[in-house]
Design a protein around this ligand. Structure first.
Ligand code: FAD
Length: 517
């Protein structure tokens, strides 16, 4: 991770000199960007893609897109903008795979850094008692999986979808069905290399520059751009037993989920989702699950009832197959699902982890991937999950969900409270994710307006009922709302901002801070 920072100041001086001599644009004007000495390049046209994201609702056109080929490209660009001072309006957003929902990876009239330009640069896997992999911030998790599997290893904690970058998920948390065991992805990082809002390249970890390390994790890109990360690995299984069982009773569903996250020899992955109306591809896009007994699965009739599906997976170690099957049997015997609804499948580890990509391909082929995604992700305290479900699944989402609705518990003990991520105030909380897709130009119940109204009803209910819910992948448009989101942690967040990005150059798309105020 070592950087020669002096190169940067020499470069900056050269730049100043050249821009004055050749009148290439005074430092302090955006055109001066054109003179930056870079290994990669800055693009001033063909930049429209950088004004789009997965949410497909917000579009802010940048001034330029940087395609870096080195960490010093990122540092040079940011340092240049930092040196322009507060009079310049230029901001910088790191763009990972742009799977943000509301323009978080965009920079209106600023510079977007295309972090995936790093992709393909060499990852390094270290084998030993505590294996890890060093990767670039723009690396996709799917590539890390393939690379580490060559050594029989894999990261411990995932997201449900792997075509996301390391920097993008570490800026939020990275939560999936392994989080109850290993914590989120931000609990499984040893070290980061970060370029701050002053253009400084800093290595940080628990032991070195710890405040920056913790600040950046879950820090919504506010304190620095992650250029490298050291990710913890574990031995990877080859195959996975993938199981789904159904409940009609929400209480039994969550009771079993909570039982399993603490059970002995428990599953390696525990999630769950709500089935409100089993119709339509958009509604079921996450289901690449093919049970071994499809006839039985098809025979099950929901009769229009809202059902709750517990989704489980257990890694299969070939040397202990019999023991693992017994453990699965034993665990299932402790659960209270509808007895005719045990659906089992056995797939490779890659197939299991990359399951959402199968659905992506399906949806893309039908033109249904690039539609508006008014997603809402909430963290609901355990003590309030029943009130929440009663109102939301009983009164608000009754006809259809317009997409998958995930519900699963995680335990706070696996999270580090020094990171920037904001959590509910209880030991166990539920991730509840409304992953809606809107049918373009529909004014019906599958249209954007209807879904946004439903989301608002859910949020209004949570607030009125004082449920202590926090947004995950949070979106607010005023600083007052951000303050409320952070609560007592707001002061630390502001202190970190003034230490690492005092001009508020970084990550303007979140609308937390405005440049130079
Ligand atoms: P981008 O959208 O490009 O960026 C997100 C934010 O991070 C922006 O503010 C950006 O400026 C900042 N950023 C990007 N790269 C860096 C960097 N290198 N350094 C600093 N800041 C950076 N999340 C989960 O936790 N669990 C899931 O199971 C899950 N499933 C998902 C499934 C799908 C289909 C989608 C679309 C999203 C899912 N997400 C999930 C959400 C996802 O983790 C976030 O949206 C994440 O930010 C996307 O990563 P990205 O690379 O696309 O980031």
């Amino acid at each position: 991770f070592l950087r020669e920072r002096n190169i940067l100041s020499v470069r900056s001086f050269m730049l100043l000199f050249l821009s004055c001599i050749f009148n290439l644009g005074f430092p302090g004007t955006p055109s001066s960007l054109k003179t930056l000495p870079l290994d990669g390049h800055l693009c001033f046209d063909k930049i429209h893609h950088a004004a789009r994201d997965f949410g497909n609702r917000y579009q802010f056109l940048p001034l330029a897109v940087l395609h870096p080929r080195s960490v010093s490209d990122v540092a040079t660009t940011i340092k240049h903008i930092w040196q322009m001072g507060p009079s310049s309006e230029l901001t910088v957003a790191a763009r990972g795979h742009a799977h943000s929902l509301q323009g978080q990876a965009q920079a209106h009239r600023g510079v977007v850094i295309n972090m995936e330009s790093f992709s393909g640069m060499k990852m390094q896997v270290y084998i030993g008692k505590h294996p890890y992999v060093d990767v670039y911030g723009g690396e996709l998790w799917i590539n890390i999986l393939h690379e580490s599997l060559k050594h029989g290893l894999a990261p411990k904690s995932w997201t449900d979808y792997l075509h996301l970058t390391v920097g993008g998920t570490l800026s939020n948390a990275g939560i999936s069905g392994q989080a109850f065991r290993h914590g989120p992805q931000i609990s499984n990082v040893h070290q980061l290399e970060v370029v701050t809002g002053k253009g400084e390249v800093v290595n940080c970890s628990e032991k070195q520059n710890a405040d920056l390390f913790h600040g950046v994790l879950g820090g919504l890109g506010q304190f620095g751009i992650i250029t490298r990360a050291r990710i913890s690995l574990e031995p990877a299984p080859k195959m996975v037993k993938w199981i789904r069982v159904l409940y009609s009773d929400f209480s039994a569903f969550v009771r079993d989920q909570e039982h399993l996250i603490y059970a002995e020899n428990t599953f390696d992955y525990i999630e769950g989702f709500v089935i409100i109306n089993r119709t339509g591809l958009l509604n079921n896009w996450r289901s690449s699950f093919n049970p071994q007994d499809p006839v039985q699965a098809n025979q099950f009739q929901s009769d229009g009832r809202t059902l709750y599906c517990l989704e489980l997976a257990k890694n299969i170690n070939p040397e202990k197959v019999d023991i693992i099957y017994k453990e699965i049997e034993n665990l299932l015997s402790q659960l209270r699902y509808i007895s005719s609804t045990l659906f089992v499948s056995e797939v490779s580890y890659v197939e299991f982890l990359d399951r959402v990509h199968v659905s992506e391909i399906k949806l893309r082929s039908k033109g249904l991937w690039e539609v508006p995604h008014p997603w809402l992700n909430l963290l609901v305290p355990r003590s309030k999950i029943h009130n929440f479900a009663e109102e939301v699944f009983g009164n608000i989402l009754t006809d259809t969900s317009n997409g998958p609705v995930l519900v699963y518990p995680v335990n706070k003990s696996k999270w580090d409270n020094r990171t920037s991520v904001v959590l509910p105030d209880e030991d166990i909380f539920y991730l509840v994710a409304f992953l809606s897709s809107a049918v373009p130009s529909s004014s019906g119940t599958d249209g954007l307006e209807h879904i946004l109204t439903q989301n608002k009803r859910i949020l209004d209910f949570c607030e009125a009922a004082h449920l202590g819910v926090k947004q995950y992948l949070p979106h607010y448009t005023t600083q007052k709302a951000w303050r409320a989101h952070f609560g007592p942690r707001w002061e630390v967040f502001v202190q970190r901002k003034s230490a690492y990005d005092p001009l508020a150059i970084l990550s303007p798309g979140h609308q937390i801070f405005q440049k130079a105020i």
